[in-house]
Design a protein around this ligand. Sequence first.
Ligand code: HEM
Length: 453
Amino acid sequence: MPRTDLPPGPRGTLFGGSLRGFAERRLDFFLDVARGYGPLASFRFGPKRMFLASDPALIEQVLVTDAKYYIKHFGARMYKPVLGNGLVTSEGDFWLRQRRLSQPAFLKQRVHSYAPVMAELTRRMLADWRPGKQVDVNYEFSALTGAIALKTLFDLEATEDRAAFVDALRDAFDLLSARFRHVIAFPKWFPTPANLRLKRAVRHLDGVLDGFIEAGKKRAAEREKTGHAGESVDLLSRLLAARDEDGSAMTPRQLRDEAMTLYLAGHETTALTLSWGWLLLAQNPAAEDRLVEEWKRVLGGRAPTPDDLPNLPYTDAVISEAMRVYPPVYLIGREATKELELGGYRVKKGYTIFMSQWVNHRDPKYFPDPEAFKPERWLDGLAKRIPKYAYYPFGGGPRVCIGNTFALMEAAILLATIGQRYRFTLDPGAVIDLDPQITLLPKYGIPATLELR
Ligand code: HEM
């Protein structure tokens, strides 16, 4: 029988519980809770009961063993106004059907076929770069991975009004994050200034997505006309062609939600891996030298192909280490759909279990000197020696990231293609700070100057 009392944890304030700690210093809050109260800790957000699981075995139990008894947590559901009911936020049979439909686009062979597009779009970006140009590293990478996601997943070229799209996106997520921080928020239909802004931002995003889908439909019609209907096609075309058992197609709303989810999930996280990676390299010249030496020896100036990747172990280690120090997804959560047991304690239906990559990836038991950027630590089989959920940048179990192979290949190709031509010199006065939203963003960007290698 599990114990019926609660695991230890901070008491917080009478009404908000620990909401303030979460809102104001989220990353430190989770670290302090894990380090202060042990492998399973408990606290409240307003009236809601939360657990933080920080022992890899407990994380495995939630994500894998008991996965079918958990759904995504309330925080993930709060992003539905933007993400809708797409792969990241949907549940049950509906999620499973959509996941199966999307899966073929992410199989290894298929992902490898995207490599030339990744290299080509990177070359196009480099053609616009000049030594001495001042850039926000994160903006540049996000523009590039966004263009790659559009081309590989939807067979579309980058939109011209990217800046407006990015602003609307940022606005929508900021407003949704603000709701998350309050115990009581006005319902979304209530015309507060924030809700009206949210509505406007979502309308803008919907307009852009509608454009993607219309272009996809046009392409499908052309393929039909030219007799190429059965050819292997991009993911959007697959979703457009999908039929239920009763023959019905996905509704425009479902299509919009899947496209939005894949576009968002499919580019910002990889851009962050590269952005934080370049920051860490700029701060650790010895690691950068070793990386450049590996590229010189294996690639000699050309872009890598998927066949080169096994011969680039240091590149792989740099990417793993960047995602350890600054995990692009630093927090995931699940909600119990019935009474369960975890770590000897009772988990009541409706409780939320948080798991934080930020916390686990900084555990000195598995990563000595955890704050230090040391790609070398991955070179002698560390990943196999540590428990599986000591390091989980892509989550795990049935809801594991569908794009992990895609992301790792993309990160390696972009890093090596760009890094052989340019290096980034951080602006001397640059203030680098973390902004933990759904993903771990650089609060003021990463301002740097391009220099030829
Ligand atoms: C370094 C890059 C990436 C990181 C760190 C990352 C991380 C994650 C994590 C942690 C989850 C699980 C969330 C949870 O359990 O609540 C996830 C899910 C997901 N990711 Fe990624 N991701 C990355 C790149 C990508 C790419 C490139 C794509 C698509 C092209 C993608 C699409 C998705 C989708 C659709 C899901 C939801 C899967 C499901 O629930 O069935 N991600 N990602």
